[in-house]
Design a protein around this ligand. Structure first.
Ligand code: KG4
Ligand code: ZN
Length: 337
């Protein structure tokens, strides 16, 4: 049996996991930087890189300790090298390369977006491919045709903001703090999702694309009017809850419509959803309804596997089986290729 050590440092979570080539997870450790970025209302790339530098070795130590093996038992090192913040990715990539050389084992590079889909495979405990994959995070909102874990074809993505980014920005407009997704979801629980008629971009055509920038502006204007120079967040109360609920409903509707169309257009009968926004309960309920109606099976991992972690890098096992190892000069690639 081969043990894998996987590292994730693409954004603001420092994570390490140990798993085996039969996909049994031995340990998973995630150190969140949320507190460091909260007062800036978003992830500050330089702060993220420095925090990864501080946190990575203790996180690796803890992951190895909890797995009941030693570093010497690791047979392969895996790392997310794309996409993400380049400085943040570099910390994980550099550590992974050094570990692979020091241990004399192969290195496997994993795409973080494909990893979010693979998290569904890890949670399901069985094969989920072929499927339609939806990745909804702070950095990405895209639909894929996933013929296998490693062959993803982009069906369409966002033209501007990612859905999670829109949640974070609307949370700032509403004075709800960072990270915005969970805060907006909590506020929305007391609001009326029909109070404001916010736009659902591309809902009436067949393009598998998203746009959340206009929606964000619509929330801003509904909140403050069009003169936003003196804008201060609205006080807690009915209007704020209604804005949160109506915004959340618009995002969820836009995502659900495109998932329904992607299932129809591809003829596939499985939908796998990953990324931080898939923690949203309203989204989960709507996607379940879409799948029930389409006779499709829905895969969404538990909360701990929705947001960034290193277990999702178990996609490395598939590449390792195929001998797809990374070169010793592996680089961090910030853009999704
Ligand atoms: O996948 P992730 O942990 O990091 C990235 O790769 O971006 O996703 C983080 C994003 C943030 O924008 C956060 O606001 C959003 O996921 N998020 C949520 C919820 N929990 C996290 N959005 C909506 N509802 C939630 N419950
Ligand atoms: Zn992510």
């Amino acid at each position: 049996m081969t043990h894998f050590l996987a590292l994730e440092t693409s954004c603001d979570e420092t994570a390490a996991a140990v798993f085996t080539d039969d996909l049994a997870v031995k340990s998973s450790v995630v150190a969140s930087q949320t507190d460091l970025h909260a007062r800036f209302g978003g992830v500050v790339p330089e702060i993220a890189s420095r925090a990864h530098l501080r946190n990575l070795l203790p996180v690796i130590d803890e992951a190895v300790r909890k797995s009941d093996i030693t570093l010497a038992d690791i047979g392969c090192v895996a790392v997310h090298n794309t996409p993400g913040l380049v400085g943040a990715l570099l910390v994980g990539v550099t550590a992974a390369k050094a570990l692979a050389v020091a241990l004399g084992v192969p290195l496997v590079a994993v795409n973080h977006v494909a990893g979010h889909i693979f998290a569904c495979r890890m949670a399901a405990g069985r094969d989920i491919f072929p499927c339609v994959g939806l990745v909804v995070s702070g950095g990405h909102t895209a639909l894929f045709r996933c013929d296998t874990a490693l062959s993803l074809t982009l069906l369409g993505g966002t033209r501007d903001d990612a859905a999670g980014e829109a949640f974070d920005k609307v949370a700032a407009i509403l004075g709800l703090g960072f990270p915005g997704g969970p805060a907006v979801e909590r506020e929305a629980a007391a609001g009326d999702p029909k109070a404001f008629a916010f736009p659902r971009a591309f809902a009436s055509d067949q393009r598998l694309e998203f746009s959340f920038s206009g929606l964000k502006t619509a929330v801003l204007y509904a909140c403050h009017g069009q003169d936003v120079r003196q804008a201060t967040p609205p006080p807690p109360g009915k209007k704020r809850a209604d804005l949160a609920a109506s915004f959340q409903e618009a995002v969820v509707d836009a995502l659900a419509v495109k998932c329904r169309q992607a299932l129809e257009q591809t003829g596939l009968t499985r939908l796998a959803v990953g990324g931080g926004v898939s923690a949203n309960k309203r989204l989960r309920a709507k996607l379940q309804a879409v799948c029930d109606h389409a006779g499709a099976e829905l895969f969404i991992p538990p909360m701990s596997l929705c947001t960034d972690n290193a277990v999702m890098a178990a996609l490395a096992v598939e590449k390792w089986r195929l001998g797809q190892f990374a070169p010793p000069d592996l680089d961090a690639e910030p853009n999704f290729l």
